[in-house]
Design a protein around this ligand. Structure first.
Ligand code: 5GP
Ligand code: SF4
Ligand code: MG
Length: 459
């Protein structure tokens, strides 16, 4: 998912719309904006793409001085309008809106506790749990309620909470999902990715720190903490696959990190001979460029993407996913015919995409197809909001590299080493992982995982 917030602006709904547009790659299933004019909160939201959900008419009707906004990833909680965020709650003690990126690992436990106390849930999203916890807190002022609630959460969250008076911005103690603060005129903006700032002409200020709580209101920004940082563990897959190449995460440009991963990968498979290097659009182009530069093998446009089809993962069934891939990509026959093609992709999850592409390239006349992946084998599921699916579905959880090579029908298959990936991302932190989460490659989760922790799509 992607979150965006703005405080102190005369067109918060329109700017949120542009902000969400820049974050569209983080979720295509639904989008919403909640605006405050200082008197109350009003929402516009719907299922589908940002351009489908909003129009001029709807945006003009909800103007004010601040807004929080969200794009929804298909698999985070069940589908349906009630799960589209920001969630908005009205009560006699004041309205409250919440937008969340990430996944809580103790949502089930908290939900059961709240239900025993009489809470009734309207959605299957773990975000609603946060709202109930805030409402139940007896502390005051409002920020103390939020801090108390945050201390009960475990897992990944970049969270925006808004009342008619203020916007609270929190990032989990490990900083699993990205979140940045920016400035626009006299107002403030926050976004999952810095590419949203560039689009609206806002200036990047800094990352929100793990365990930090920002309070933004008409007086400006105040920084507080709800907990000490618990070992930085920024999601490595944001750099590998999820984030947009023009975004910077903790000062590191995503395109440049991917390019370094591609170069490192080329060094790790120097024995492979090829005539052309091609990337799978869009997420592996940067790595493919790096691979070509390092190996000296020319980069070519071997695959074309049809822009008007959503991400393959969005389709709910395997059959639809397979069909999705075909709709999405086409080979450039003149480029690949008779050639030994080195095909760079960012990751293998189920293996479906790679197999389809290998077949596609061979049908287009490629003499050999060498698959090189700019991340290590994914052996373990992600509980923090990226849908890498269950253990059973992860091909690398149950098969070694040679078996995967056979399954995807490639002439050779090479994954980037975990050390190579960490070095290439090159985060400026001291510890061995450089402040990265690597759990889906190593099985070492930065938080507790409970027996009843659900994967996002199991809800
Ligand atoms: P699979 O191996 O499951 O068929 O698909 C892997 C491909 O799906 C990669 O090329 C990657 O770009 C894309 N993809 C789409 N959504 C996700 C996701 O949530 N995580 C990962 N790792 N890859 C994804
Ligand atoms: Fe990212 Fe993998 Fe950690 Fe999930 S488990 S947060 S995908 S690095
Ligand atoms: Mg891809």
């Amino acid at each position: 998912c992607g979150v965006f917030g703005i405080w102190g602006n005369s067109s918060p709904a329109h700017l949120s719309y542009y902000g969400l547009h820049a974050l569209q790659h983080r979720g295509q299933e639904g989008a919403g904006i909640v605006v405050t004019d200082g008197e109350g909160l009003r929402a516009v939201k719907g299922e589908g793409l940002v351009s489908e959900v909003f129009n001029e008419d709807k945006l003009r009707k909800v103007n004010g001085k601040a807004a929080i906004a969200h794009v929804r990833y298909a698999t985070a909680g069940g589908s349906g309008m009630e799960n589209v965020q920001p969630l908005l709650f009205h009560s006699s003690t004041g309205s409250l809106a919440i937008a969340h990126n990430g996944n809580l690992v103790n949502a089930n436990h908290l939900k059961q506790y709240l239900e025993r106390q009489g809470s009734i849930f309207h959605s299957s999203s773990d975000t609603e749990v946060v709202a109930h916890l805030i409402k139940k807190s007896k502390l005051s002022p409002f920020r103390a309620k939020v801090k108390e609630a945050l201390n009960l959460l475990k897992g990944a969250y970049s969270l925006l909470v808004m009342t008619k008076e203020e916007m609270l911005v929190a990032r989990d103690p490990h900083g699993l999902r990205p979140l940045s603060l920016g400035k626009l005129g006299d107002g403030w903006v926050v976004a999952s990715e810095t590419c949203a700032f560039d689009l609206i002409g806002a200036e990047f200020v800094r990352s929100v720190e793990p365990g930090e709580l920002l309070i933004i209101n008409d007086k400006g920004v105040t920084s507080d903490r709800f907990v000490d940082m618990q070992g930085r563990a920024m999601c490595a897959m944001e750099y590998v696959y999820l984030a947009r190449p023009d975004s910077d995460i903790d000062g590191i440009n995503v395109h440049m990190a991917r390019k370094r991963m591609g170069k490192q990968l080329a060094r790790e498979c120097a024995h492979i001979e090829g005539d052309v290097v091609t990337g799978v659009p869009d997420s592996s182009i940067s790595a493919a460029i790096g691979f070509a530069e390092e190996s000296g093998i020319p980069y070519e446009l071997g695959l074309i993407k049809n822009r008007y089809v959503g991400r393959t993962f969005i389709q709910p069934t395997q059959e639809l996913r397979e069909r999705g891939v075909k709709m999405k990509l086409s080979p450039v026959v003149q480029v690949v015919k008779g050639k030994r093609v080195i095909m760079v992709d960012d990751s293998i999850v189920r293996g479906t995409t790679s197999r389809r592409i290998v077949r596609m390239l061979k049908e287009a006349g490629a003499a050999e197809v060498h698959v090189v992946i700019s991340s290590p084998p994914m052996t373990d599921p992600c509980f923090y909001g990226i849908d890498t699916s269950t253990h059973e579905e992860l091909i690398a959880a149950n098969h070694n590299v040679e078996e995967i090579r056979q399954a995807i029908e490639a002439d050779s298959l090479t994954f980037l080493s975990a050390e190579g990936m960490v070095e290439s991302i090159a985060r400026p932190f001291e510890d061995a992982n450089r402040g990265l989460c690597l759990a889906c490659f190593t099985g070492k989760y930065p938080t507790e995982i409970f027996p009843d922790t659900l994967l996002p799509h199991e809800k």
